[in-house]
Ligand binder design. Structure first.
Ligand SMILES: [Zn+2]
Length: 313
């Protein structure tokens, strides 16, 4: 239990969007307590903004896309995973395009970027959503459940009929150190036949061996191989952390995923919101630092309640 955090200073990186192939620069700015994570884009006359909340999710099966009032941002999951993995609660993400740069296909470039400026603790306590009853979504072949647990935890398993993957399981304890060392560096992966299909549909235009692990029928096309022997399942954990952050509040519970993906991850966020009997909100009281049940719901937060600093305009 601790206070909310934001970045100490703004910081930027540039690159190519995985699906659009368009160059873009993302700048991560500090934001006041209780802002959450808000994407925005400045044009000559106006500022478009979109909070990273599930209600702004757009239907896309290949990447996580959010949008509001005509402003749409693709492939938000890896930068959101970096923020959630480092327990950064509040940030403005300024983008000059419509897709977050893929960089190397993992969350490591965003983690390194945030670490170069550092994080600062703010004066408001962090609120947690604690699961008290199990919830599950998906079906027998693709599932995601969450169970009550004293500490946050993710157990993810995948199963692909490929000699370099087959069955992989990873258990993540959701600490910052474990995220930095074992999850952040895991890259996006795809099968060659899928990549060829995407290209034929005009998608995945920024995809290359620089930002995607591409599996051929029996091997891996990337010359330098995997960063971790189980890099694929670790990347699924990375994606789940980013997608769950669309709840806008950290969860204390044990997530158990089997062959899930972005759409199943999003179903879980919706299931949590739709089942308030399955959780309680906790924060550390300023007086005695003890666990308190927090009154009132922090979501869905209307835009009018999201602080908008003057420097955006
Ligand atoms: Zn991903």
């Amino acid at each position: 239990m601790r206070n909310q955090k934001t970045l100490a200073h703004p910081t930027s990186l540039s690159g190519i969007g995985l699906h659009s192939g368009q160059a873009a620069t993302i700048t991560i700015h500090p934001a006041p307590a209780d802002t959450g994570v808000v994407f925005y884009q400045k044009t000559t006359n106006t500022v478009h903004s979109c909070p990273a909340f599930i209600k702004h999710l757009r239907p896309m099966d290949l990447c996580t896309t959010i949008g509001l009032n005509g402003f749409q941002i693709q492939t938000v999951e890896h930068v959101l995973s970096a923020l959630a993995g480092l327990e950064i609660d509040n940030a403005y993400l300024e983008l000059d395009g419509n897709e977050v740069p893929a960089v190397d296909g993992s969350a490591a470039p965003f983690v390194n970027l945030i670490q170069t400026v550092g994080a600062v603790e703010q004066d408001q306590p962090r609120t947690y959503l604690k699961i008290v009853q199990p919830l599950s979504v998906g079906n027998d072949s693709r599932s995601l459940a969450v169970y009550p647990s004293a500490l946050p935890k993710i157990s993810y398993s995948i199963d692909y009929p490929h000699p370099l993957i087959q069955n992989q399981t990873y258990i993540h304890d959701c600490s910052i150190k474990e995220f930095e060392q074992n999850i952040a560096g895991a890259r996006t992966f795809a099968f060659r036949h899928e990549v060829e299909l995407l290209w034929s549909r005009g998608l995945g235009m920024g995809g290359s061996l620089e930002n995607t692990l591409v599996l051929s029928e029996t091997g891996l096309m990337n010359e330098n191989g995997f960063r971790f022997h189980d890099e694929c399942v670790r990347h699924k954990v990375l994606d789940l952390i980013g997608d769950l952050s669309l709840l806008g509040i950290p969860v204390i519970g044990h997530f158990v995923a089997h062959r899930a993906g972005h759409s199943v991850h999003a179903q879980m966020v919706k299931a949590i919101l739709e089942n308030p009997e399955a959780w309680i909100l906790l924060n550390s009281s300023d007086e005695d630092r003890s666990m308190m049940v927090h009154a009132g719901s922090p979501f869905p937060k209307p835009m009018s309640e999201v602080p908008q600093p003057a420097y955006l305009y």
